[in-house]
Design a protein around this ligand. Sequence first.
Ligand code: ADP
Length: 410
Amino acid sequence: MIVLVINCGSSSVKYEAFQTQPEKSLASGLADRVTVNGGRQAVLIHHSPAGDIRHQAEMPTHEVALGYIVEAVTDPDHGVVESLDEIGAVGHRVVHGGEQFSASTVINEEVISAIQQFCELAPLHNPANLEGIHACQKHLPDIPQVAVFDTAFHQTIPRHAFIYGLPYELYQERGIRRYGFHGTSHRYVASRATDILQQRGTAPQDQRVITCHLGNGCSMTAVRGGKSIDTSLGFTPLEGLLMGTRCGDLDPAVVPYLINEMGLSADQVDDLLNQQSGLLGVSGVSSDMRDVSAAAEEGHERAQLALDIFCYRIKKYIGAYAAALGGLDAVVFTAGIGENDPEVRRRSVAGLGYLGLHLNDAATQDVSLDGQPVDISSSDSPARILVIPTAEELMIARDTAAIVEGKAPA
Ligand code: ADP
């Protein structure tokens, strides 16, 4: 089957076409600056084995952008199909599925209205995801569509880990609780770790794994027996680790202080915590780890501090999750920073020998990823330290095909 995966952001549409048997990426691309300034500077870049297509055109809506994407995937030289009916299904990344979705699902009117309802909880993401769904209904009307939720993997987290210490009515009446995000990435890398640990003699149901997704957004998840039991992002993708521009864990009393003592509005506080904090806010250099690392190496003190905080938080969460899991069989690093930054990996597990984590320094320095996991722990380390490239789009394609082929519940 050919599956088209769509990841629709507020001003972009990312896509990738997969063949499912044998599993293979056929083409991918990005329509960028969609809707910005009426979409006048929008551009579509399509990558295929026959070469790239760059198409500059006005894209005032996601629907218009999807029209160009459909043209690219049916292009006689660079496309993946001759006609649209060769596409078996479309899989959508949807950020928030609330408590209603603990797995991927076929999209129907009821699912659309649920996604709509969760726009309140993910105002930056769910409306864009819905735009993508509506655009596909328009351009690909006869093709089944599936929603794969970032929150779904975390629906197995027990109540004591997802309820905040607030009046319980706020959970019951407003749904204020930990939901967690990056679930598709955590689920994918955890499943790859499962295979590795099983080969080493630990049965899947006994495995205790901590997955660290370190990209622009960062989160960690405690996975026991393949199920998420705790995760560091919360009600929104702001809690937990230090991120590119987001502050992570914070005394909530800072918020009324900023409002009452410094005169900031609620929107300004929101912007400060989400857009001006994290690596950017602490270092004053950049939200990009490569820039922060380079500045730190040149002796920039605040960049060094940002890096210290970043790695310290990861280490602190490893300790917390090892306690929650009752021990540790593996720590997994993934996403832009996790896959590419040996210094962050080294510092995050330094001194954790007492938890069974012994790094092979040379191995972590030389990781070159070809899609395969790399074990960077020393051979006598009781627990594994793994670098596993994430593949969220592939996971979306797999779920989509399984549901449409009736191999997974719809
Ligand atoms: P997103 O969350 O947007 O998908 P990515 O997973 O691509 O982000 O991660 C982006 C982060 O990865 C940035 O902070 C970037 O600096 C970092 N990164 C990418 N390549 C490297 C590298 N070679 N060394 C260190 N950090 C890197």
